[in-house]
Design a protein around this ligand. Structure first.
Ligand SMILES: Nc1ncnc2c1ncn2[C@@H]1O[C@H](COP(=O)(O)OP(=O)(O)OP(=O)(O)O)[C@@H](O)[C@H]1O
Ligand SMILES: [Mg+2]
Length: 326
């Protein structure tokens, strides 16, 4: 199965400031703010939803196609992704804009001032899945958070050309209007949301949960520490518990790692439940590390996680597939 992951590629620049923002803001002068903070640390992290998911798939030994837009500064990031078996040949490079960037400073009270610049991501709407499918085999396209016009276009082209696609609208639900939200979800093989996004999706589309289930094959909802619910029209939803984690170092990226594990399971033609086991094991790995492409992973660590969550039934099924974990 050839999986293409569409969505954002971004670089996060995270700074910490040992002072307090509030102490720097002068009352009655808030209409003329001109502040600069002397940060004491800078971390540059590779991210973006599509890049995170493709990275997870690559590490599991599935070679995904990353279909996204990045800037001329993408070179190093490309090398990193290729080293982790991500096919980056279809990443569109803007000749004008930088790769999407999130710059955020956190003060000692954990207050944050952040800015997201979509940059090259806005050009993802110029990418045609249909054109890519003319050149290379595509068995499954994941539509992840991206330039909204790109998300709508990718879903539409998949429907028109009979390419199986899955919808992962996540944080972009906040900016999608009714028609766009409907268009991205309608006809999806898998729909991925977390519990909050499940409610927001119903609100945005104006469809009830039952309506949504008639429009997708399977709806996978992640429930944080409570695991995952897999629902289909006309059957009782299946609940899969999470893999227990000792310490959450950073919650960001768990959802992306889950999707990588789940889709890898699908790639190996495992059941939805078995795929969710691997998804939760990947999410648990990601939760233990700060950053979204920084988690340690090995065949052994995945086996330990699978055994602790689901016993030997899970290790028996999945171990043969974990031969080329990076
Ligand atoms: N505290 C936790 N303990 C164990 N597993 C967890 C925990 N939090 C999240 N997970 C795992 O991560 C998966 C995704 O988590 P969640 O539902 O929080 O996604 P999300 O809100 O989309 O996260 P993200 O911040 O990555 O967008 C869960 O299904 C579960 O397997
Ligand atoms: Mg999420």
């Amino acid at each position: 199965m050839r999986i293409a992951v569409t969505g954002s590629i971004a670089v996060d620049e995270l700074m910490s400031y040992s002072g307090s923002f509030a102490e720097q803001l002068i009352e009655n002068r808030l209409d003329q703010v001109s502040l600069s903070f002397l940060a004491d640390s800078l971390e540059v992290r590779r991210g973006g939803v599509a890049a995170n998911i493709a990275f997870g798939l690559g590490r599991l030994g599935v070679q995904p196609l990353l279909v996204a837009a990045a800037g001329t500064d993408f070179h190093e990031y490309r090398v990193w992704l290729k080293e982790h078996r991500v096919d980056t040949d279809w990443v569109r490079i803007s000749d004008q804009a930088h790769t999407a960037r999130f710059v955020c400073t956190t003060d000692r009270e954990n207050n944050q001032i952040g800015t997201f610049f979509p940059g090259a991501m806005s050009e993802a709407r110029n990418i045609s899945i249909a054109r890519i499918a003319d050149h290379t085999r595509l068995d499954h396209v994941l539509v992840s958070p991206d330039d909204p016009a790109a998300m709508v276009r990718h879903a539409r082209e998949c429907r028109e050309h009979g390419i199986v696609f899955s919808a992962d609208p996540s944080q972009q639900l906040a900016v999608l209007d009714r028609d766009d939200a409907r268009s991205i979800v309608d006809g999806a093989h898998f729909l991925f949301t977390n519990a909050y996004e499940a409610d927001l999706l119903a609100e945005r589309t104006g469809w009830s949960a039952r309506d949504i289930l008639t429009r997708v094959n399977t709806w996978v909802t992640t429930l944080g520490a409570d695991g995952v619910r897999v629902a289909r029209r006309d059957t009782t939803p299946v609940h899969i518990p999470a893999v227990p984690v000792r310490r959450v170092a950073d919650p960001t990226g768990a959802g992306d790692a889950f999707r990588a594990g789940f889709l890898a399971g699908q790639n190996w033609r495992l059941t939805d439940e078995q795929s969710a086991w691997l998804g939760c094991a990947m999410a648990a790995a990601s939760l233990g590390a700060t950053g979204t492409q920084t988690y340690p992973l090995s065949r052994r660590s995945l086996r330990v996680a699978l055994r602790s969550g689901y016993g030997s039934a899970a290790t028996d099924v999945l171990t043969p597939h974990l031969v080329s974990v990076l």
